[in-house]
Design a binder for this molecule. Sequence first.
Ligand SMILES: Nc1nc2c(c(=O)[nH]1)N[C@H]1C(S)=C(S)[C@@H](COP(=O)(O)O)O[C@H]1N2
Ligand SMILES: [Mo]
Length: 315
Amino acid sequence: MLFKFPTASQAREDEVTPKDLFLSRRSLIASGAAALALGGLPMGGRSALAAAIEAPTTIKPADQKFDPTTPKKSATTYNNFYEFGTGKSDPSENADTLQTRPWEVAIGGEVARPMTIGIEDLLKFPMEERIYRLRCVEGWSMVIPWIGFPLAELLKRAEPTGNAKYVAFQTLNDPKQMPGLRSWVLGWPYVEGLRMDEAMQPLAILAVGMYGEEMPKQNGAPIRLVVPWKYGFKSIKSIVKITLVDRQPPTAWNKSQPSEYGFYSNVNPEVDHPRWSQATERRVGEFSRRKTLPFNGYGEEVASLYAGMDLKTYF
Ligand SMILES: Nc1nc2c(c(=O)[nH]1)N[C@H]1C(S)=C(S)[C@@H](COP(=O)(O)O)O[C@H]1N2
Ligand SMILES: [Mo]
């Protein structure tokens, strides 16, 4: 399967509508997976298509076979993005004030090549579709077809130094665009962090789209992290800053409730959150609950990162 990602800088202004500016997608008829991900797909202008980036698609077969993809409508109207309010429908109702162009991500700290990279250049990374489970610590989950590229690819470009042991992420912090910042819900800006080896794990992606389309604002446009083996709150949205550091960085939920939210936050059915059992989960759109899997089902790929660690202590 091929995706086409025309970017604003590649498309001629007079040939495209704003909707075309981001991405269009070739039909997916070549694959049986098509039916899962097909939605209303915007068609790109001619030049946009000509200049598009083509990339092979990776789909996790296990997810595809046993887990139906969550309807796009649910994944884009049932959100946590507290910068736009704490209700599940608040982000989809309020996030239109987020300005996603121009957008830059600053990468610095323990790197040989600090840089500021614009969204147009971020869109030039080879894109893949990854169907991942997203497990929220509140007890619900979704299966979402993300479009993005491994975080490791961006980090490598900045050339981490030997002192880079962790990666710190920061969300945009603009009360004019984000009404939720006017009240103290969390200490703003939203920040998150990963250990360096977690950040380099190829399952950890920076996502710029979902369901074959540009990332909706409520889901963290224009670029957000997706770390599928960790609780959803680690997957920080609308990132403006990435800093490589030598010490474990503060994280938004850990700062606000350290007894409830640890730094690692690997999905673990055996370690309950003080207020919510983590043993089972409800897929958004389904009624019955299913068993939560260790590392959210990605143990084969990531369990070795935590060999020898007591996951009850390092929750
Ligand atoms: N900046 C920011 N990122 C965030 C959040 C947030 O409130 N602010 N919520 C987190 C939580 S709790 C979850 S479960 C996921 C939800 O992602 P989704 O809305 O795309 O499903 O985003 C995470 N990223
Ligand atoms: Mo969450």
